[in-house]
Design a binder for this molecule. Structure first.
Ligand code: URA
Length: 435
């Protein structure tokens, strides 16, 4: 009915695609009749020309309906979900979802893989041997009913169009686009059926939206789409100027998430998770106030219920739970080097994007579609912005499986750390809430 080349040139020249044209593209791309190179060209045209709110909503709905759109009303009266727009060291889902489920509120989550320099929940969870993310619709629904927690990726059944476009955007420089991010995130959320959604919209050097202002536009776009399809949606704008927590890299992040689920973990990361979880618990009407929700979350971390839920999730999806019980069994890199601070001073920046790129170059992310992920590699920073560091103190540790890549990462991560002689203020965790 349409020719793909006409849609690409129309968008390239600044035109608006009709709902019909968008549906046609999504259907034919999903069916394999639009090749990757034409879909990538359209993504690049959208990146440069943008989309109107109407086009963005049409793209979101077409992608959501490229597979099943789940009706969870028979599973539970309220099912919630959270989604991050992508960050460095952002392992929030691994803690928040079991934590909220452990508080009695079912969580049905559809996640993504690494995207550009940001990590992805699916890649992280696959560091656990055997963990399956390609759940069928039936598996997703029945696990959600029995366990109150399921974590799936895009599949032939669920948001397949996003699965395909996502893997192209990852490697074609077309990630940081408001219509592409909004449609990618919200198509997954709509397809997976959650009634209430908390969006963790990142702003900063390691986010796809560098400023709070741009992040707010993305947040408003997604909240509006969510509400237009009857989902309660709230967005939290959070800081992504430095890695969240300390660990960056798949198995390293699983390890840090497990520490946090056991009541430890980095202070900023634990606080971030409790804040996101509190919003979910209030939005899902499990708790009346954010304070009550926070107490419920703290209790579930302290008494082991959140950790037990994570364990149960890993077991239900075929993962080797012995790696959860003993994190030493998670994949480990053959080379480890701790790099000392080259001078004394206050840390004024740990550029998250540069750390993210270093982690991808070590093998934790993809440079080409389908590249294998090395689950073991990554970086552990030892400080946060605002810390005073003495010359020679450990600054960060690289985990690598190649000496050459280790040397490159050492230089990159060292350059990402910037010092000041004067005292530096700590970065906030959150900037604002958009309802
Ligand atoms: N997360 C997604 O699912 N999609 C994006 O485009 C960015 C973050």
């Amino acid at each position: 009915m349409y020719r793909m080349v006409d849609l690409i040139t129309k968008k390239r020249d600044g035109g608006a695609l009709s709902a019909e044209e968008i549906r046609w593209f999504v259907e034919n791309f999903t069916a394999g009749d639009v090749p990757d190179y034409q879909a990538s060209a359209l993504a690049m045209a959208i990146y440069f020309r943008g989309m109107s709110p109407r086009e963005t909503a049409d793209l979101t709905l077409a992608m959501a309906h490229s597979g099943d759109v789940l009706d969870l009303s028979h599973v539970a009266p309220v099912v919630v979900d959270k989604h991050s727009t992508g960050g460095v060291g952002d392992k929030t889902t691994l803690v928040v979802e079991p934590l909220v489920a452990a508080c009695g509120l079912p969580v049905g989550k559809m996640s993504g893989r690494g995207l550009g320099y940001s990590g992805g929940t699916l890649d992280k969870m696959e560091s656990i041997s055997g963990f399956r993310v390609n759940l069928t619709t039936e598996e997703f629904m029945s696990q959600l009913k029995e366990l109150g927690l399921a974590l799936a990726g895009q599949s032939a059944d669920l948001a397949p169009a996003d699965g395909k476009l996502y893997s192209l955007r990852d490697v074609t420089g077309t990630v940081p686009s408001i219509p592409l991010i909004a449609s990618s995130v919200m198509s997954k959320k709509i397809a997976a059926g959650a009634h209430a959604i908390v969006l963790d919209v990142k702003a900063g050097s390691g986010a796809f939206m560098p400023t709070v202002k741009e992040a707010a536009v993305l947040a408003q776009t997604m909240v509006k789409i969510g509400k237009s399809v009857g989902r309660k949606t709230v967005a939290l704008i959070s800081d992504m100027n430095q890695p969240l927590g300390f660990a960056v890299g798949n198995a390293l992040e699983v390890r840090e998430a497990i520490d946090t689920l056991k009541g430890g973990g980095p202070e900023d990361f634990r606080e971030h998770c409790l804040h996101v979880a509190s919003h979910l618990l209030v939005l899902g009407k499990q708790c009346k106030t954010l304070n009550a929700a926070r107490s419920a979350g703290e209790a579930a971390l302290a008494d082991g219920r959140a950790f037990d839920k994570f364990r149960a999730l890993v077991t239900a999806q075929g993962g080797d739970v012995s790696q959860v019980d003993d994190v030493e069994l998670l994949p480990k890199a053959s080379l480890m080097e701790t790099v000392p601070a080259p001078k004394s001073g206050y840390l004024k920046e740990i550029n998250a994007r540069e750390v993210g790129f270093a982690s991808v170059a070590l093998g934790a992310g993809r440079l080409k579609k389908g590249d294998p992920i090395d689950p073991a590699v990554g970086i552990v920073v030892h400080h946060k912005v605002g810390d005073r560091v003495g010359k020679g103190e450990p600054l960060f540790t690289i985990h690598a499986n190649s000496a050459e890549r280790l040397a490159e990462a050492r230089a990159q991560v060292l350059a990402a750390h910037r010092f000041s002689r004067d005292k530096v203020k700590r970065l906030p965790l959150f900037y604002k809430t958009i309802v």
